[in-house]
Design a binder for this molecule. Structure first.
Ligand code: 0GY
Length: 301
């Protein structure tokens, strides 16, 4: 089936630079996606955008180019609850990828078992209104209790302004909970201001809550470096990510977010994104925890 890409859609970087920062051996890109290809794995009828195709082969080539060893592939909303493209990528990865699926309450135990066998280790609940329609909390709670016995966790995606309203739901989930992109703070606000403080408090008070310190390219206001060749990018996001890495070194993950859905202003050079890592994880020990130990503990044990 042929799909028309959403007008204005930015394609992923055709030729990312080789990072100056060498990631430690065994590093995991813990947040990335595959899109289609639509002809093989059609996009979901209820999707809010139609991306450009981004295949497993392209993802694995990027992994190798950037020096990573493994991927955690996250089901994107454009595929809804049809996890076939994800499962196909996991099965082709030679045990070098794990997955986060999206499931509805109608998912069967046999389907969950098959996804587990393929490498799925969690389910994603998305609260970003431009991406998904509302799902009642009791349905999500039911799903969380269904997946908990498999040892799976819940990945949550929301925007900082919605945290007060979602707090009770998040803090009573029965599994490990991984937050996408630091709960999308507004980085024009102070890193020690009430908005981000609430997020830090949630992690401090609830030791089952982890955060991806990913997506500076999505959160930045200052943008990528203005001067060509400058590799210290996305500086306005650094204090937020660094605070989480320093405070919760054993509960942070990092990922590229390739192929970067829904970016409006610029498409990052993935090599430059990797060079952001030593600015937020400032010692070899913190880098190893962020890129190797933490994702391995969560996804490969
Ligand atoms: C991301 C962010 C976005 C999209 C999705 O599943 C998705 O469609 O997660 C976004 O638009 O902010 O992590 O990929």
């Amino acid at each position: 089936m042929k799909f028309e890409v959403t007008p204005g859609w930015l394609p992923f970087h055709p030729n990312p630079s080789i990072p100056a920062f060498k990631v430690p051996p065994g590093a995991v890109d813990a947040h990335c996606h595959v899109f289609g290809p639509g002809e093989e794995f059609p996009y979901a009828p209820e999707r809010k955008y139609t991306p450009c195709d981004a295949s497993k082969h392209q993802l694995f080539a990027l992994r190798d180019r950037l020096g990573f060893d493994k991927n955690v592939i996250v089901q994107a909303t454009c595929h809804g609850t049809d996890n076939r493209a994800l499962v196909d990528a996991l099965l082709a990865s030679n045990n070098r990828a794990r997955g986060i699926a999206t499931v509805g309450r109608d998912v069967t135990d046999a389907e969950l078992q098959a996804m587990h066998a393929a490498g799925v280790r969690g389910t994603r609940f998305n609260f970003v209104k431009r991406l998904v329609d509302f799902t009642p909390r009791d349905v999500l709670t039911e799903i969380a209790h269904r997946i908990a016995p498999l040892g799976w966790h819940v990945v949550i995606y929301f925007e900082a302004a919605d945290l007060p309203e979602l707090w009770d739901f998040f803090t009573t989930l029965p599994t490990t909970v991984v937050v996408d992109h630091m709960g999308r703070p507004e980085v024009s606000k102070p890193v020690d201001g009430p908005e981000f403080e609430l997020f830090v408090r949630m992690m401090r008070e609830h030791e089952n809550i982890w955060s991806k310190v990913s997506c500076p390219e999505r959160l930045t206001i200052s943008g990528p470096p203005a001067i060509n060749g400058e590799r210290n990018a996305y500086r306005d996001v650094v204090p937020f990510a660094r605070r989480l890495v320093d405070t919760f070194p054993d509960r942070v993950l990092w990922g590229t977010d390739w192929p970067h859905p829904n970016l409006k202003n610029h498409m990052p050079d993935d090599g430059l994104l990797v060079d952001y890592v030593p600015h937020i994880a400032t010692t070899p020990e913190l880098q190893r925890k962020l890129l190797v130990d933490n994702p391995m503990r969560l996804y490969w044990t």
